[in-house]
Design a protein around this ligand. Structure first.
Ligand SMILES: C[S@@+](CC[C@H](N)C(=O)[O-])C[C@H]1O[C@@H](n2cnc3c(N)ncnc32)[C@H](O)[C@@H]1O
Ligand SMILES: [Zn+2]
Ligand SMILES: [Zn+2]
Length: 295
């Protein structure tokens, strides 16, 4: 069986929907409205831009869409933000972009759901997939383990040496994509650091340091804000935004493969450092060693 046919059977949407010569270097970029020479990526459900920063580093010009204001959306430049409903915006403008990423809210599938089984969390994955398939632009949907994604790759912080001190960031996230994406294997060693919202920080969920309690509830070390900043390699978010974000390393990895699928050369990261003042969530300037490279 030929490669193309095998791939079509494996992933029905994988090879379809990549318009030939989709990026026209003569026309102005839909994001920055300049001749930037970068393909344009629409970042749906953007939050404060953990995903966006990785795509930017891979070479995309990125437009973030969130229904809440995001005053800290990727302050390094190269990304623009519009406050709007994600599904309405993509239905109207999705075709103007070269690629689309979507991180629909994950509460419906996360541990929050197990803690509050009666709560009514919106399930946006199915409507998001339907809309992206109808638009036809190459796409990526990201979510938490347990979410109903198809044909997923799983990324983990241990694949990218993320962590704080001796503790590894694991933070598994699923990616369903309309193009072929490869994934490395987890390299779990030693203890993990958790980056979650709520609850006490800088300590173990269970006082004795156990990973699970008698009833098999999950536990572990929940990082302080400075440890979370280091583990995620995100310097511009507050604690709430960090707990919702994905590390830019994940979307740099996905973004490089997306660039190749679109016929572009991915950018090399880190690039030269751009001297921007970066504040920690508490307003204290971070040491230069912890500042991120410019996008
Ligand atoms: C999991 S967070 C995204 C995190 C982001 N990918 C990152 O890496 O930083 C989901 C976001 O979806 C936004 N959201 C929820 N419903 C939305 C909607 N209908 N339209 C636009 N944004 C929405 C929330 O405000 C939240 O910021
Ligand atoms: Zn641009
Ligand atoms: Zn892992």
């Amino acid at each position: 069986m030929g490669y193309e046919r095998a791939m079509k059977l494996l992933r029905p949407t994988m090879l379809s929907g990549i318009p030939e010569n989709s990026f026209d270097s003569e026309s102005k970029c839909v994001v920055c409205r300049q001749h930037c020479g970068r393909p344009a990526l629409l970042d749906l459900f953007s939050g404060a831009g953990g995903a966006a920063a990785g795509y930017r580093r891979a070479g995309f010009c990125v437009l973030g869409i969130d229904h809440k204001p995001q005053p800290r959306y990727v302050p390094h430049g190269g990304c623009r933000f519009v406050q709007a409903d994600a599904l309405e915006y993509v239905a109207e403008h999705g075709k103007e972009f070269d690629a689309i990423h979507a991180s629909p809210p994950c509460q419906a599938y996360s541990v929050l759901r197990r803690a509050n089984p009666e709560a009514d969390y919106p399930d946006l994955i199915e409507p998001t997939r339907r809309t992206l398939e109808a638009v036809g632009t190459p796409w990526v949907i990201e979510n938490v383990p347990g979410a109903p994604l198809r044909f997923t790759v799983v990324l983990c912080g241990s694949m990218f040496q993320l962590g704080s001190g001796a503790r590894q960031l694991r933070r598994h996230r699923l990616f369903e994509t309309s193009v072929l994406i490869l994934q490395p294997s987890c390299l779990h060693r030693g203890e993990a650091i958790g980056v979650y919202g709520g609850g006490p920080v800088g300590r173990y969920t269970f006082e004795n340091g156990a990973k699970r309690d008698y009833y098999h509830r999950r536990g572990g070390y929940q990082g302080r804000v400075d440890e979370k900043i280091e583990a995620m390699a995100i310097t511009w978010m507050n604690a709430g935004e960090l707990s919702q974000a994905i590390p830019p390393a994940y979307t740099y990895f996905i973004g490089c493969q997306l660039m190749v699928a679109l016929g572009h050369e991915p950018r090399v990261w880190p690039q030269k450092e751009v001297p921007v003042p970066v504040l920690s969530p508490g307003g204290v300037p971070l040491p230069s060693s912890m500042r991120q490279e410019g996008c």
